[in-house]
Design a protein around this ligand. Structure first.
Ligand SMILES: *[C@@H]1O[C@H](CO)[C@@H](O)[C@H](O)[C@H]1NC(C)=O
Length: 617
């Protein structure tokens, strides 16, 4: 009887709460997942000696040695095989690279199993891996490489040319360079695969990594943050743990199979994908890169149940020709970031009932959101437990002056529900901001002080968000000197620096413009030419083609007599970005970068075919 009354009371209470909040049960189940993670984190934090993601991997090796860990092309590797292979790599690097605990090694390797073995090997040696973007070349490469003071570079076999290009500088700096091949006849580059072959697969002593703790850097991941050249975000062991649990929170189970084609040098692929997979002990189907035409066939072939995405990918998939077997697959969950509302609806309708878990967070950030409700268009949902763990706010922001709006006392002002504001999050022990390697200036730039009271300290996300009455979070725009295109951050200053190397260009202002039907912004540059010189389209094309990855090349060029600056001589980007690239509106000469051809004068016809989606950028 008593139990019956209790049950009735609870049921009544639940109904009441549900009536007031239709998301009550999903809110509750999210809270329970987060609580479980908090408890596990607590246990990890108390463990002595420190329990790292590598230890989690080794536990999985002991528990499920014969379970598949990495599936790649026609090969697959069990947890135990991955363990032994990484032992060999660790031994080869320790002997021939003379590595010691705390050393940094730069990995210039694409998505292939070697990447995983190398990272595990470095973890076994207590070393830090610096995850270089393998699309970067020459000057950008050297800039990124110098961020983290690596003493050893390991390059993929397919990246030999790019490595040779920077070899003289690396040798000057005394960097030891290895390439993943069996032999190499280039002076200054040593082959690594033969050395791995010869090394023993015996486990390495944990003594080699005895000093690693929660606050030790684990990897460096490059991000442009919101300003300047790429910076190496310091990913500490604690951050690896926090992001590894994301998979669990969004509902990935230990019997899932993850399809991982996102670059392993970014946080989405590496932290949420690979580290999360290890935490869960699941199988990863690793792909060199995304292919729209192979995507679903792969999912069928490998029995994939979980996919990761960035918004563009979902649109590419929706743009492929319809097939009868579109819904014939086992994918039940998609986790990622940046899917647009129209693509989301289209995707579900076409590929079936897939649980889409849209997440928001920056590599170096200390705040994130998850849209666990599945509300189309939102990047997250506020939740009580989340607010308790991390103190964040949206503040009023002046986009033309590019600074927060202050009240008469000089403090920031929180926006009301439904209004757009800049996301900031309090920097605390529980939600730390580790900053960028060897770049205190840029680290300082991401901090906001004296925000609501004297002496407080916040992380500036650089993103403008809006939170509605129900607590759903929506992305509005990104401020500052970067924009996103094809899932990559483009630093406007870096692109401008390259344009300035072209003889005819005196000044360059780079910004991102919106293209109908596309996520993010594509690159555009306003240029002032040197006196009495014409725009040299050939030289400009040659230079950007040789020095910038394709996603960073300005797609549109606008020639101006003088570049507009603010009162403080900062270049105006907002207004130019809004004006876009329509020749019917802009009277300045415009150029368009045609694939494999170069810069050609912009015409109304080109504009129309882009606007109508006939030409894909
Ligand atoms: C996928 O699942 C089917 C049925 O459960 C099974 O027969 C097949 O061997 C699996 N394929 C792979 C690559 O594991």
């Amino acid at each position: 009887m008593f139990a019956y009354i209790i049950c009735t009371i609870f049921a009544g209470l639940a109904l009441l709460l549900y009536a007031r909040n239709p998301y009550f049960f999903k809110d509750l189940s999210y809270m329970i997942s987060v609580l479980k993670v908090v408890l596990r984190m607590g246990k990890i934090l108390r463990q002595k000696p420190f329990y790292s993601i590598l230890d989690a991997f080794l536990d999985k090796v002991a528990k499920q040695p014969h379970k598949k860990f990495i599936v790649f092309e026609e090969s697959s590797y069990t947890y135990s095989e991955a363990d032994r292979l990484s032992n060999k790599v660790a031994r080869a690097l320790r002997t021939h690279g003379r590595l010691q605990e705390g050393d940094t090694v730069a990995l210039f390797v694409g998505n292939e199993p070697h990447f995983v073995w190398l990272w595990l090997a470095l973890a076994k040696l207590g070393c830090v891996a610096s995850l270089l973007n393998h699309n970067i070349r020459s000057k950008s490469f050297l800039h990124c490489f110098s961020c983290c003071e690596a003493k050893v570079l390991v390059a993929g076999a397919d990246l030999r040319e790019a490595t040779e290009e920077v070899l003289p500088t690396l040798r000057e700096q005394g960097v030891q360079v290895f390439i993943l091949s069996d032999d190499c006849n280039v002076e200054g580059i040593e082959s690594l695969c033969d050395k791995i072959q010869q090394a023993s697969d015996e486990p390495l002593s944990p003594q080699l990594r005895i000093n690693i703790h929660l606050k030790s850097p684990a990897v460096y991941i490059y991000t442009s943050g919101t300003t300047g050249l790429p910076k190496a975000a310091v990913i500490k062991q604690e951050k690896i743990w926090m992001t590894s649990f994301l998979q669990f929170i969004v509902g990935v189970r230990s019997d899932d199979i993850l399809y991982l084609y996102l670059p392993l040098y970014h946080s989405a692929g590496f932290l949420m994908g690979l580290c999360g997979a290890i935490e869960n002990g699941i199988t990863v189907v690793l792909k060199r890169k995304f292919s729209a035409s192979h995507f679903w066939n792969d999912c069928r072939k490998y029995n994939v149940t979980v996919i990761q995405y960035i918004g563009e990918i979902m649109r590419y998939l929706c743009n492929t020709p319809k097939r009868d077997n579109d819904k014939d697959h086992k994918v039940r969950l998609a986790m990622g970031n940046g899917i647009r509302a129209d693509t989301w609806a289209h995707f579900l309708q076409r590929f079936g009932d897939i649980d889409i878990q849209e997440c928001y967070g920056a590599t170096e950030g200390n705040v994130g959101f998850i849209n666990y409700i599945g509300k189309i268009g939102a990047i997250g949902k506020e939740n009580l437990i989340h607010k308790m763990g991390c103190s964040y706010a949206l503040i009023k922001y002046d986009t033309e002056k590019e600074e927060p709006v202050k009240d008469p006392r000089g403090f920031c002002i929180e926006v009301s529900k439904g209004e757009t504001g800049l996301l900031i999050a309090k920097i605390t022990k529980r939600s730390p901001f580790s900053g960028y390697a060897k770049n205190s200036q840029q680290t300082e730039k991401k901090k906001l002080r004296d925000v609501f009271v004297k002496g407080d300290l916040y992380f500036n996300s650089g993103d403008l968000l809006m939170i509605d009455n129900e607590g759903f979070v929506f992305f509005q725009d990104r401020i500052g000197d970067t924009f996103r295109w094809k899932g990559e951050n483009v630093a406007t200053n870096e692109v401008a620096d390259h344009l300035l190397m072209v003889n005819c260009i005196e000044e360059a202002n780079v910004y991102g413009v919106k293209v109908p039907g596309n996520e993010g912004r594509i690159g555009m540059a306003a240029l002032k030419l040197r006196e009495n010189m014409d725009f040299d389209s050939k030289a400009t094309y040659q230079h950007v083609k040789n020095h910038l990855p394709s996603y960073a090349r300005p797609r549109f060029i606008r020639i101006q007599d003088a570049l507009v600056v603010t009162a403080t001589y900062k270049q105006m980007k907002g207004k130019l970005a809004e004006e876009g690239f329509n020749p019917a509106v802009i009277t300045d000469p415009l150029f368009y970068l045609e694939d494999n051809k170069g810069y050609v004068p912009m015409t109304q016809e080109i504009f129309n075919s882009i606007a109508e989606g006939r030409v894909r950028l």
